[in-house]
Design a protein around this ligand. Structure first.
Ligand code: NDP
Length: 233
C-alpha cells in the first residue's frame, strides 16, 4: 500500500536519494526544500523554508489535505556555516540552529497530530556523527545535531504507545554538495574503517529500513551510517 511520505531537503543530495527510494517503492512523496525543486515523480513539491514555523505548519497541512495522514516524515534539510567557536558570529550560530534544530521540531510537531490520530507513523531525523565525534569548526552544527537526539528520544517516549517510532540516522562523510569542499577529506577518509566515504544511497537504504515494518520494535535509536568511523558512539 502506498504511504504518504514527507521528505525535507529533497531537492538534492541525501534528501533527493531518500525521496527517490520512496518513489521507486510506489509511495506518495511530498518534498520540501527552499528552492522548491525535487526528483521527478514526487506527488507534491513545495518551496518551504523549514526555519519558518508558520510556513512549515501550512505546508504540512497542504500535504495532509492532498494525501491524507502522514505515514513517514524524514527530516533531512540541513545546512553548515562553519567557523571556529571563538570567531563564530551570532548569525552563524543562529542560522544553523534555526534550520537544523528549530526546523526539525516544526516539521515533527506539524506531522505528529495526523500520525497520532492514525495511530501509526515513523519519524526519521537525519542527524550526524559530529556531536559524538566532535568536529572543530562545527560547534553550531554539532550542537544542533546533538539537539536532534534529545528531541527524537523525548518524542519517541511521548508517542511510542500510539504506534509511532522516532529514530535518528547519523551519517558520517557522504559525497554531496555539503562535503564537496571539506578541507582534509582525504586524511579523514583514511580514518574510515571501510576506507571510503559514503554514497547517498547508503543513507536512503537505512531510512527505508526505519520506515518499514522490519523496524517496528525499534524506537529512540541513533543509527550511525559511517563506514565504522565513529564506532561506539
Ligand atoms: P546538501 O547541501 O546536498 O542538501 C541540503 C538540502 O537541504 C537541500 O535539499 C536544501 O534545499 C535543503 N535545505 C537547506 N536549508 C533549507 C531550509 N531552510 N529549508 C528547506 N530546505 C533546506 O546536504 P546533504 O544532502 O549532504 O545533507 C542532508 C542532511 O544530511 C543534512 O541534514 C546534513 O546535515 C546531514 N548530513 C550530511 C552529511 C554529509 O556528509 N553529506 C553528514 C552528516 C549529516 P535547497 O537546495 O532548496 O536549498
Amino acid at each position: 500500500m502506498s504511504r504518504h511520505v514527507i521528505v525535507t531537503g529533497a531537492s538534492r543530495g541525501i534528501g533527493a536519494a531518500i525521496a527517490q527510494s520512496f518513489i521507486d517503492g510506489g509511495d506518495t512523496v511530498v518534498s520540501f526544500s527552499r528552492s522548491g525543486t525535487a526528483p521527478e515523480g514526487c506527488a507534491t513539491t513545495l518551496a518551504v523554508d523549514v526555519a519558518e514555523s508558520e510556513t512549515v505548519t501550512a505546508a504540512v497541512k497542504t500535504a495532509i489535505e492532498a494525501h491524507g495522514p502522514v505515514d513517514v516524515l524524514v527530516v533531512n534539510a540541513g545546512i553548515t556555516n562553519d567557523g571556529l567557536a571563538m570567531r563564530m558570529s551570532d548569525e552563524q550560530w543562529r542560522s544553523v540552529l534555526s534550520v537544523n534544530l528549530d526546523g526539525a521540531f516544526y516539521c515533527a510537531r506539524a506531522a505528529l497530530s495526523s500520525m497520532i490520530r492514525n495511530r501509526k507513523g515513523s519519524i526519521i531525523f537525519i542527524g550526524s556523527i559530529s556531536p559524538f565525534y566532535g568536529v572543530p569548526g562545527q560547534a553550531n552544527y554539532a550542537a544542533a545535531k546533538a539537539g536532534l537526539v534529545g528531541l527524537a528520544r523525548s518524542l519517541a517516549r511521548e508517542v511510542a504507545s500510539r504506534g509511532i517510532t522516532v529514530n535518528v540516522v547519523a551519517p558520517g562523510f557522504i559525497d554531496t554538495d555539503m562535503t564537496s569542499d571539506v578541507a582534509g577529506l582525504e586524511a579523514m577518509t583514511s580514518l574510515i574503517p571501510m576506507g571510503r566515504t559514503g554514497q547517498v544511497e547508503d543513507i536512503a537504504g537505512v531510512v527505508q529500513f526505519l520506515a518499514s515494518n522490519h523496524s517496528r520494535y525499534l524506537t529512540g535509536q541513533v543509527v550511525a551510517v559511517d563506514g565504522g568511523l565513529a564506532m561506539g558512539l
